[in-house]
Design a protein around this ligand. Sequence first.
Ligand code: GLA
Length: 749
Amino acid sequence: MSILYNEEKKTITLYTKNTSYQMRITSHGFLQHLYYGKRIESEDMSYLFHDYDRPCSGNPEETYPDRTISLDTMTQEYPGYGVGDYRIHALAACNVDGSYGADFRYVSHEIIPGKYDLNGLPSSYDSDGSAETLKVAVYDKVTKLTLELLYGVFENEDVITRTVRIKNGSDNIIVLDRAFSMSLDIPYGKWDMMHFHGKHALERQPERENLTHLVKTVESRRGTSSHQENPFIIIADRKTNEESGSCYGMMLVYSGSFEASAEVDQFENTRVVMGINDDQFAWMLEPGDSFDAPEVIMTYSGEGLSRLSHVYHHFIRHNICRGKYQFARRPILINSWEAAYFDFTDETIVKLAEEAAPLGIEMVVMDDGWFGQRNSDNAGLGDWYVNEDKIKCGLKRLVEQVNERGLKFGIWMEPEMINEDSDLYREHPDWALAMPGRQATRTRNQLVLDMSRKEIVDYVYGCMEKILSENNIEYLKWDMNRSLSDVYSIALPPSHQGEVMHRFILGIYDLMDRITTNFPDVLVEGCSGGGARFDAGILCYSPQIWCSDDTDPIQRLRIQYGTSFGYPVSTVGAHVSASPNHQTGRSTPIYTRAVTAMAGTFGYELDPGKLSDEEKESIKDQVRIFKKYYDLIQSGLYYRLSEIGEEPYTAWESVSEDGSEALLSLVVSDTQPNQALINLKLKGLDPQGIYEVTDESEKYRLKLPAFLAPSTEEERKIFSGDALMNAGYTLPWMLGDYPAIQLYFKKIR
Ligand code: GLA
């Protein structure tokens, strides 16, 4: 039993392996939050709270004239707006008479085996039959809104998920101006917020800020989870580091505009709220209808950030990702984008397959440019039929030709978009999002289809279905190359326009659901101008997402470092591209590019016809290394061994859960003369174990000049786990531009 109700104390406690979460139904029916943190056995945590008469904090009607009870100071499970709690709130509802007030009291609760589902929204699932759901119903007697506060308890995974279902029991429309998924009150303390900001081609850069009495907000208003912020935050005690300290993670399972805010209140308690951004959000909740908010995945770690990351990595792999490729080996692919951009024909793609096959590459992906009049990024989106001037043999034959060469075939689509220069737009100019009287803002010369309309989703599904069912396509790169603007749907009356942003996302999820259900063997890779929709919502449909349009391996170190706080390696789309790199112009060795891409799904994005024989041999070796360590890399515990920007190198380690093997990877971004001896400390090994090290990178390193080289002394290969973790492994002196190493440690006894 992971959920316990104590009838006498009126507490409900949620237990996971290492955490507990407690709330209490007060004698007046308030749902008070008591505790979330390291697991505490069967204790009533209400002793932590004392009620005092606080000047300027008002009192609810039930407790009046007692001046010591105030919603303004109480820790609450789900605070409403307008009734005396002045802190950031989770819900704002406008009644038919224009009054804003949402004041909820406990009605009932249920403990249900299994995990709740949400209407129209993706969410985590119970993979081993051990999850439980707590449903607490609270009611506001004026608006007649009932909230079902939903808590999914994943005991073994150390995860609690939260969300809310809002039901309108009145005879009137109630406008939801804010319907956040959760609120968490953390008592007295000094906390930081980590968030992951960025831009196109440099996503998910960690930033750590002290939480203060200012409200700090992380958000996207772009209709995508965005390049600029990620719907994932960490609230960490000021002293928390990788190995120690308290921290909470909150990750929204949602791919549209979101908000996460944190505020330290007047009594030094911290409140954190998270949900759909209420900018451009106003949901007209009809009588009898209900609204589901997206889910938040929460965890608490008392052992620092590495442990918190491990919880998310495991949970995303086991309880978010699904389908054939959840755990199955994914093919090593070569993508045509950086190899040819729009300049290709069927022959180019067949040649790519011919060049790739002997290197061990397993799939060719035909990226943008194969359909309609798509000869540049100015035209063709929406016309999902093959351009026979370019693909002269037709799509079916092209796929066959690739298959005949022993490779799978993958394709690129951008289903949510439309160019004005397209047959689809000429036929349906009113299918694009646009505000009356305004020319819709163009980005990359494209507009956005109004996916809030079912007939448009149906049409797009029909196009995709045709392509996927008529051809042996085994992979789909699902792109989305702009933020939303001009969000207005001609299908809805003026009073409902505040629903369009969210309905758009519901339309996308419906489409993704249909595609993945009806084509379960197709591996879908999410993409949004690189990493603008790198979120747990998309991961419910596609087990991997193109992490960034920046394929420069040195920049990728930063991007993948930030991404690793919340998301596992198995989700990170990463390719080896040409040198000099097309985004930065930087030249790097091909082996270094491969080491970086191996901290992801691994593939190629270049023209092998332009490579030297030596580089081709290196690719064969890279494929061998990646296949050899695939399971360790994809499912091992991932440790960040350096902090970006703090060292001349970036290092990370994948270690099996039992500590019997580990792969250490390191890339030097700043080669120095007269190098210091760096003893890199490994993690997660068996301290009593004896390990043998294999250096996979030796042949790719420049030889030290004779006057620097060590004597004839033989290099040591056997070490104890204790020594490797506490004293470290001494790195070799590495010369040249951006050298890299990969060391494999195997426990031999
Ligand atoms: C986006 C993607 C790229 C590529 C192009 C094609 O930018 O992130 O990988 O597919 O679109 O237009």
